[in-house]
Design a protein around this ligand. Structure first.
Ligand code: KG4
Ligand code: ZN
Length: 386
């Protein structure tokens, strides 16, 4: 079956075309440049950009896949979680296409997509994570179930038990901020721009992760939940102690522009917020970034180890934008390895951040299970949860 999938859940307009679970095209048009100066995603800017880009990205995906729209068998779309006004654009487009071409629609949960990114095959139908497939690569192995999923993104920090295809039970989640949000907020406090994750990761490579004693939240709680807001507050306390108060650089103001808090021109991004920031010297910034990242990881580790002890699974499959973080991935792989557990992550950069390829893969398994929706009923679900 040929699938065309759309994801417009946040600040990427993405369209993929697949043949079953083999991705023939996975086009991502990022809007980050339009949001960076605001220090986060602005919903109406996201919506307008999706509207402007969606047809172009669909055309490109079909071109790259060498498929005619008339040959598409199934249309798939992310219907949540995400920004309501952004989700709306993809849903509206998929309804138009499905009506015009009289084809069924599959509605996909964005977070299921992040997990199913791990089951993708490339355009030559080779599984990107062969260990999850039978020896002849024809099917996903039955004995990988049940396995644990760890979702770490801008809006989510969750542990999911996957008992069979598309059978998700959430067994742990953050009680406040997500890990990606914490990266973004800490970067913001340091005046480093948005998105914060990649910047913090890069700076942390030069910092001393043991310099500051930051709290590991919910260390002794027996549940599998997380909390990242205390860590963020602790980092702010450290920043206040180290720094001198300085007005933020506001590009709309001609005067009083302080030196950027860190002279890495390509990384420093101004923000329009007028809240004061604290000017730190370079080494302090590097050490704050490293110490924060280290504790952010330790919190994941603690709860994952608890989940593994409880559910005794052989695999942990990870998904979401924070999976791009090599420090976290390496540390997790080592820690899980000691427990005899394999860490699986999407084997392609495009499949880590928000993309429609992962939506096509989930849609394939949903279609096999006849999970089609009535397009008149289909609506955005910004708070959808696995
Ligand atoms: O999955 P995603 O692209 O969007 C959501 O569905 O939320 O995740 C975006 C999040 C942002 O918070 C971003 O800062 C974080 O992923 N991120 C990272 C890295 N790259 C992206 N966090 C830590 N280290 C990174 N290298
Ligand atoms: Zn995402």
């Amino acid at each position: 079956m040929k699938i065309l999938a759309i994801d417009t859940s946040c600040d990427e307009t993405s369209v993929a075309v697949s043949h079953n679970d083999s991705l023939k095209a996975n086009i991502i048009s990022s809007q980050i440049e339009f949001h960076t100066k605001w220090g986060g995603v602005v919903p109406l800017i996201a919506q307008r950009n999706h509207q402007e880009k969606i047809d172009i990205v669909i055309k490109k995906a079909l071109q790259v896949a060498k498929v005619n729209i008339e040959d598409i068998d199934i249309f798939a779309v992310t219907y949540g979680p995400g920004l309501a006004v952004a989700l709306e654009v993809g849903i509206k487009k998929i309804k138009q296409l499905a009506k015009k071409h009289r084809k069924p629609v599959v509605a996909v949960d964005h977070m299921a997509g992040h997990l199913y990114a791990n089951f993708a095959r490339n355009r030559n139908s080779v599984p990107l994570n062969p260990i999850l497939f039978t020896k002849d690569q024809s099917l996903v192995r039955k004995d990988i179930f049940p396995f644990l999923g760890l979702l770490i993104s801008g809006g989510h920090t969750e542990i999911i038990l996957i008992e069979d295809h598309l059978k998700f039970s959430k067994i742990g989640e953050t009680l406040d901020d997500s890990i990606g949000e914490a990266f973004d907020k800490v970067a913001n406090m340091l005046g480093l721009g948005y998105p914060g994750g990649p910047i913090i990761e890069e700076l942390a490579t030069q910092g001393d992760e043991h310099r500051f004693d930051l709290p590991i939240a919910m260390k002794n709680s027996n549940d599998l939940n997380f909390s990242y807001s205390g860590l963020k507050t602790a980092v702010l306390r450290v920043i206040k102690e180290l720094g001198t108060e300085a007005p933020r650089y506001d590009p709309q103001e001609k005067e009083g522009i302080p030196e950027p808090s860190l002279c890495i021109p390509n990384l420093y991004q101004p923000t329009l917020s007028k809240k004061p920031i604290y000017k730190l010297n370079k080494q302090d910034i590097l050490d704050v970034a490293a110490s924060f990242q280290c504790v952010a990881y330790k919190q994941l580790k603690n709860k994952l180890l608890k989940a593994i002890a409880r559910y005794k699974t052989e695999f942990v499959v990870i998904g979401g934008g924070v999976v791009a973080n090599l420090y976290i991935r390496r540390k997790l792989r080592k820690t899980l390895g000691r427990e005899g557990v394999r860490l699986i992550h999407p084997q392609n950069k495009k499949l880590v951040s928000d993309n429609a390829g992962m939506i096509a893969v989930s849609a394939y398994y949903q279609a096999l299970d006849a999970q089609f929706v009535d397009i008149e009923e289909l609506d955005r679900k910004p708070r959808l949860s696995l």
